[in-house]
Design a protein around this ligand. Structure first.
Ligand code: AVI
Length: 322
């Protein structure tokens, strides 16, 4: 067995232990909740990729349209010779739109917690952009204190697309932007995508698609608990529930017990009342004033915001506030 296989085994054991603790803690507290990051095992990530293609899920298409239309504007705001740093890069599809538009990129640094994702992304980019310096960072960008592989005095341009900011509760969103501001420096900038408030029915439909892919995505968490934590969740006895909470300006997502039942997982047994819910995700929706207020709360300001005809989504160029 070689060292990298051992390292992977170790990482897998550590991940499973973190999952076990989160599930036991999340099912023991009231109201019950399991953090959204555990939705993204291999099957969950593949289902999320499918969500991005759904007719109801306008977010990915709309953001891509904005990025395509305004890539040159973003590049001119950024200036030549930037180091592009992507927070939570996934497959880096959207960053290619920026890489194609930016003038003389000094370096591209994708940050992702998944080593596998990072290696794939880096290999694809090195193949398609042979002159580009690619410096992947395997880390949790929510807990990163420095950018180890980045030195030199190139301007740092952060990229945080996909409305991932919406999955953070307001205090965490501010904490993330503060961290980004520190990592990017006084001279840095951040290109951030955020889903906008709109007709509640459209929001509702985006998280309750007719094909049931979002439901499968939520219920995959039960499968994961069954597989990794020796659970016995009956997937037929729980349902996906997603609705727009207008007061809080957010989509709330849960899995809901369809009957009174008890379930064993990670060596414990948990009772569920009929209708009892376990929270899995928030997806906050912003308006332009809300984006500006969020930026201010983190010592930044929106230098420019781009949207499209229906004002469904916004891409904002954030800079450090003086
Ligand atoms: C990743 N994130 C921006 C998605 C969202 O829209 O909040 C996650 C998602 N969950 C269900 N559908 C999409």
């Amino acid at each position: 067995m070689n060292g990298s296989v051992l390292a992977l085994d170790f990482a897998e054991t550590a991940d499973r232990e973190e999952f076990r603790r989160a599930v036991l803690a999340g099912l023991s507290r009231a109201p019950r909740a399991i953090p959204a990051k555990f939705l993204y095992d291999a099957r969950g990530s593949a289902l999320f990729d499918e969500i991005c293609e759904l007719p109801e899920y306008y977010l990915t298409r709309t953001e891509t349209e904005i990025l395509k239309r305004h890539a040159a504007d973003i590049a001119s705001r950024a200036g030549p010779g930037c180091a592009l740093i992507e927070f939570g890069s996934g497959s880096s599809v959207k960053s290619r739109l920026l890489l194609d538009a930016l003038d003389d990129v000094a370096l591209y640094s994708p940050i992702d917690i998944s080593r596998q994702h990072l290696d794939q992304t880096a290999a694809g980019l090195r193949r398609d952009y042979p002159a580009l310096k690619v410096a992947p960072i395997c880390a949790d960008y929510m807990a990163l204190d420095g950018l180890p592989q980045i030195d030199g005095d190139a301007r740092r341009l952060g990229f945080f697309p996909g409305s991932t900011i919406g999955n953070l509760e307001p205090a965490d969103a501010t904490a993330f932007l503060r961290r980004a501001r520190r990592l990017l420096g006084d001279d840095g900038a951040l290109v951030m995508g955020a889903d906008l408030k709109k007709d509640p029915q459209r929001l509702h439909d985006a998280y309750n698609d007719a094909a049931g892919v979002t439901a499968a995505f939520t219920l995959n968490l039960l499968r994961r608990m069954n597989r990794e934590l020796q659970g016995n969740f009956n997937l037929e006895a729980f349902a996906h529930e997603a609705f727009y909470n207008q007061l809080e300006g957010r989509i709330e997502i849960y899995f809901r017990s369809l009957r009174e039942q008890s379930v064993a997982v990670a060596g414990r047994t948990f009772g569920f009342a009929e209708g009892e819910r376990v929270h899995t995700e928030y997806s906050y929706k912003y308006d332009l004033a809300g984006i500006e207020a969020l930026a201010r709360s983190a010592g930044m300001r929106a230098a420019e915001t781009w949207t499209e005809a229906h004002r469904r989504f916004a891409v904002t160029f954030l800079v450090a506030a003086p």
